[in-house]
Design a protein around this ligand. Sequence first.
Ligand SMILES: NC(=O)C1=CN([C@@H]2O[C@H](COP(=O)(O)OP(=O)(O)OC[C@H]3O[C@@H](n4cnc5c(N)ncnc54)[C@H](O)[C@@H]3O)[C@@H](O)[C@H]2O)C=CC1
Ligand SMILES: CCCCCC(=O)/C=C/C=C\C/C=C\C/C=C\CCCC(=O)O
Length: 261
Amino acid sequence: MSLSGKVGLVTGGAQGIGRAVVESLLNSSVKVAVVDLNQEVGNECQVQLDAKYGEGNCTFIQCDITDGDKLKDAFQRTVDLYGRLDYVVNNAGINNENDWEKTIQVNLTSVIKGTYLALDHMSKEHGKSGGVVINVSSMAAFLHSPHQPVYTATKHGVIGFTRAIADASLLGDYGVRINVLCPAFVNTPLLHSVENEANMGKFVKFKDDFKQSMNKFGVLQPPLIAEGVMRLITDSGLNGAVMKITCSKGIHFHTYEPPSA
Ligand SMILES: NC(=O)C1=CN([C@@H]2O[C@H](COP(=O)(O)OP(=O)(O)OC[C@H]3O[C@@H](n4cnc5c(N)ncnc54)[C@H](O)[C@@H]3O)[C@@H](O)[C@H]2O)C=CC1
Ligand SMILES: CCCCCC(=O)/C=C/C=C\C/C=C\C/C=C\CCCC(=O)O
């Protein structure tokens, strides 16, 4: 399936999982907007990607996604620059149990806003040609840790929101498939912040529990997560899917029992 001519937007795309997703999209000839808070890492990312994929194929947009107006502008700039929008990956996330309200804003509220903005630009309801949204949750939504209670709550929230809005998209004939991705531990700067007391607050004392879990379940590399994202983009049968990626089972899907009366 050729993705050439399509346009993607990835939040938190300057490093870690987001950066791997951006590179997979560029490898598939998708033009990409890299939306990220970090100016320095974003500038570096732009230089490296221009050198590797050629100028004009991606653009770094500095943006704090918790600022609704700025996020809206980032979407508009992408469409103004590339003429359309087909894929949105709401990936940016933090783990700050000290400033837990910020964690909710970044990990959940901004994912909801990013999904609604994606629908504004892609839904058939608005005369657009459809697309795919991928919201990044975590295996933390299935295997909770005492080390990160609010982070865990946000990742549960992302799954619930995504499944419900995916049903709305199907029933409303929006032409947009909306799926959620739940990686286990991934080797990124975020994972290395596990011992950072400024972020983890009083829960830092439970870091050994977290580290034991990492040793038990292993640590994935970002390119495998990007492979999962590309599958969610290209498999036209997937809507409301909850993709899990773990060391033991690789890329697989969560199944829910149908509710009984
Ligand atoms: N690394 C891991 O073990 C796992 C990560 N995840 C999730 O994957 C996603 C990506 O995480 P990583 O790549 O590991 O993190 P990371 O910290 O390596 O990269 C996150 C990127 O998001 C950006 N960002 C943070 N706050 C932002 C804001 N307010 N506005 C715009 N950009 C912002 C950062 O500048 C950074 O470039 C997150 O949602 C995370 O919760 C899920 C499961 C496991
Ligand atoms: C500083 C904290 C960074 C948090 C990043 C994150 O999202 C961490 C996830 C935490 C837990 C992952 C949960 C479970 C581990 C993975 C797999 C269990 C399933 C068993 C298997 O199939 O291997």
